[in-house]
Design a protein. Structure first.
Ligand SMILES: NC(=O)c1ccc[n+]([C@@H]2O[C@H](COP(=O)([O-])OP(=O)(O)OC[C@H]3O[C@@H](n4cnc5c(N)ncnc54)[C@H](OP(=O)(O)O)[C@@H]3O)[C@@H](O)[C@H]2O)c1
Length: 273
């Protein structure tokens, strides 16, 4: 698996998402097995959040990484309504308990809320000094938010980015690139929806003897500095996603995608799910 530098640590360009995990006890075993298979396949970055399954996803992750903590780069996120001086350490402690570990590699503010950014940053820094988190970052921040944040300690911004949602290419991606920081793309295969039935994607996939989801991932990863975090529970999906790191799209493929899913011509409000 190719890797990328994230605030001093090499992480795989494809990690594993966990949204919708930990919601149904009947799926628990499959979800744990899925994350473990993903780790074996090299997708050792795991993205979770206190929000997912109201802690349920973090518990699933905790079970999946038991005995493998050292192999994994763990990302979790704090709710905006917990992002205060007092709320952040409490939320982090609860996440650590559920994850069964004593540190989170990367802790993100899930989206902007009511607390001043300086207060949130200060609380993140305290956690970092205490060794509870390795580094911190943000999620769902647009350019204006990042300009206001203006912190060189912010390790990443996690945003929605896939072939159908290219709004960030207009301003956020170029701005972020100037700062030479890795970007985490969430929903990189558009939640496994209609994008995967696109005739264009299917044709490109056939040409490369690949699957449409792999084309979607390779497209997100066509540029340096991007990490994709697809979520998959189906073993076949996990193997395909890991192997997508080796798929390289050529100009012919990229032009074909641009003709159907054109790049943005103006500023779009940052898309979120
Ligand atoms: N920061 C934020 O605000 C935010 C927001 C949304 C998501 N996220 C993070 O980003 C992760 C990814 O986003 P997401 O889960 O919404 O969407 P996604 O990764 O784009 O899509 C997940 C869906 O695609 C299916 N899938 C996975 N691999 C596939 C393949 N190779 N072929 C066909 N279908 C495939 C999965 O099915 P199976 O599970 O059945 O395999 C699942 O239904 C989340 O899990 C979460 O960790 C962050």
């Amino acid at each position: 698996m190719r890797s990328i530098d994230l605030a001093g640590v090499p992480v795989p360009v494809i990690g594993q998402g966990t949204w919708r995990m930990g919601e149904d006890p009947n799926h628990r075993r499959a979800e744990i097995a899925a994350l473990q298979l993903g780790i074996d396949e090299g997708m050792t970055l795991i993205d979770t959040a206190e929000m997912y399954g109201e802690g349920g996803a973090e518990r699933v992750v905790g079970e999946a990484i038991h005995g493998k903590r050292d192999q994994v780069f763990l990302v979790s996120k704090v709710y905006p309504h917990h992002a205060s001086q007092k709320g952040i350490p409490r939320a982090c402690e609860a996440s650590l308990q559920r994850l069964g570990t004593d540190y989170i590699d990367l802790y993100l503010l899930h989206w902007r809320g009511q607390y001043p950014l300086e207060e949130t940053v200060e609380a993140f820094e305290r956690l970092r000094e205490a060794g509870k988190i390795g580094r911190w970052g943000v999620s769902n921040f647009d350019v204006a938010d990042l300009q206001e944040l203006a912190s060189p300690a912010c390790a990443t911004n996690q945003v929605l980015y896939n072939i159908q949602e290219r709004g960030i290419e207009f301003d956020l991606l170029p701005w972020w690139r100037q700062h030479n920081l890795p970007l985490m793309a969430y929903c990189p295969i558009a939640q496994g929806g209609e994008l995967l039935s696109s005739p264009t994607l299917k044709q490109i996939a056939t040409r490369h003897e690949a699957a449409p989801a792999q084309v979607a991932l390779a497209w997100v990863l066509r540029q340096d500095g991007v990490i994709a975090i697809p979520k998959a529970v189906t073993p076949e999906h996990i193997r395909l996603n890991a192997a997508a790191a080796d798929l390289v799209l050529d100009k012919h493929d990229l032009d074909a995608i641009d003709r159907v899913f054109g790049p943005p011509q103006r500023k779009h409000r940052l898309a979120m799910v």
